[in-house]
Design a protein around this ligand. Structure first.
Ligand SMILES: Cc1ncc(COP(=O)(O)O)c(C=O)c1O
Length: 385
């Protein structure tokens, strides 16, 4: 039986939240920018956090907070991925995990391949690690995007030491095929490079089979690290907990040897919430979330076809972010700025994701269908005026 779609909370309730999504702009702007969702928490998470608050359980994260076991169980249930518990470690957030791994696997000035357009902090994170970004844009296919394996091979041949992968990809929502991940792993193995795979959107695949990079092949496990969290899927970004997984014993050893501060940065509430999110108790909530997101990604296609027919949008394979080319409307390189000022909707700025994002906006559709409709209608009204 298919799950009943989760209902988003009403706007007046959401506006009482104090997170970036609700506080960055004034109340007359509808927010679709940052990747926060408009649903109530999964009940198991609420229970866990309420109990902690009642107990005043707000101290430091213990040595074994249960994240390891919870993630191993989740990976097996949701992805059929058998993870060695001894290869799982934790830290404050996904980008902290990425930067600490890159710091160790690269030397200052080494080049790291980044497949643009991509989640903007990838650029700064590579630099924070002392490395240099080498852009290899995603290739356009007739129906979406894919890794440019020829371009990545050229970059590795030219000396790039690592690939910072986004699987599934933000902002295009691409779930990379197993074949492309296998090929990437072979390239990395051939050139002695490392793949660090950000898999935060993995649990949000819509139908398309998501392959965790480390599970793609034996080579992938030998060259790779994955960093993920329940934070995107369960809206826990403020709580600070992410999971790092080493593909093989050597990678696990490198993670074990990271400075103890890396683990120490894990928030106790973050650990508790990740444990509850990854538990089987939260599976039904996640299925309902996926049903709601699937509806909305299709609703957005209908709304754009009706009101903004010159916009180009491909249904994302995963997640709740839509990458929409609105360049045909003449709002310049950064349409989000124009649309916020003139239509009172806040989309995310395309050019922040790289050169390829000029003329694009990223739209977060993890909201009620009515809010999504109103957002697109506001833009349509601008076009008509
Ligand atoms: C690909 C990707 N990685 C990382 C993050 C942020 O994760 P964290 O807050 O755990 O660093 C996001 C947030 O949207 C994301 O889309």
């Amino acid at each position: 039986m298919s799950a009943v779609p989760l209902q988003a909370l009403p706007l007046d309730e959401l506006r009482q939240r104090s997170s970036t999504k609700w506080r960055k702009y004034s109340d007359d702007v509808l927010p679709f920018f940052v990747a926060e969702m408009d649903y109530a928490l999964a009940p198991a998470i609420t229970r866990s956090l309420l109990r902690a608050v009642e107990l005043g359980d707000t101290g430091y994260t213990p040595p074994e907070p249960g994240v390891r076991e919870a993630f191993v169980g989740f990976a097996a249930r949701r992805f059929g991925w058998e993870v060695d518990p001894q290869s799982v470690f934790w830290t404050g957030d996904v980008m902290m995990g990425v930067v600490e791994i890159l710091r160790v696997v690269t030397e200052p000035g080494d080049r790291v391949v980044v497949t643009t357009p991509v989640y903007p902090p990838f650029f700064d994170t590579v630099e924070e690690a002392g490395a240099v970004v080498e852009r290899v844009p995603l290739a356009r296919t007739g129906t979406g995007w894919e890794l440019d394996l020829v371009g990545i091979e050229a970059a590795l041949e030219g000396g790039a030491r690592a690939v910072l992968l986004c699987n599934p990809h933000n902002p295009t929502g691409t779930v990379h095929s197993r074949a492309s991940l296998e090929a990437l792993a072979e390239l990395a193995a051939a050139f002695g490079a490392v793949v660090v795979s950000d898999e935060i959107h993995g649990p949000l695949a819509h139908g398309t089979r998501y392959t965790p990079f480390l599970a793609a092949s034996e080579s992938a496990a030998r060259v790779g690290y994955a960093v993920t969290s329940a934070s995107k899927t369960f809206n826990l970004a403020g709580l600070k907990c992410a999971v790092m997984i080493g593909g093989g014993p050597q990678q696990a050893q490198l993670l074990r040897a990271l400075p103890c501060e890396v683990e120490w940065r894990t928030g106790l509430f973050g650990a508790m919430a990740n444990v509850a999110a990854f538990s089987a108790e939260s599976d039904a909530w996640l299925d309902s979330l996926l049903a709601a997101l699937d509806q909305n990604r299709r609703l957005l296609a209908d709304l754009l076809a009706e009101h903004l027919p010159r916009a180009e949008y491909r249904l994302p394979d995963a997640g709740f972010l839509a990458w929409v080319d609105v360049s045909a409307y003449g709002w310049g390189d950064n349409p989000a700025t124009v649309l916020r000022r003139r239509a009172r909707v806040a989309f995310h700025h395309g050019p922040l994701f790289g050169e390829e994002g000029k003329g694009f906006v990223r739209i977060n559709f993890a909201c009620s269908p009515d809010v999504l409709r109103e957002g697109i209608e506001r833009v349509a009204a601008l076009v008509e005026s």
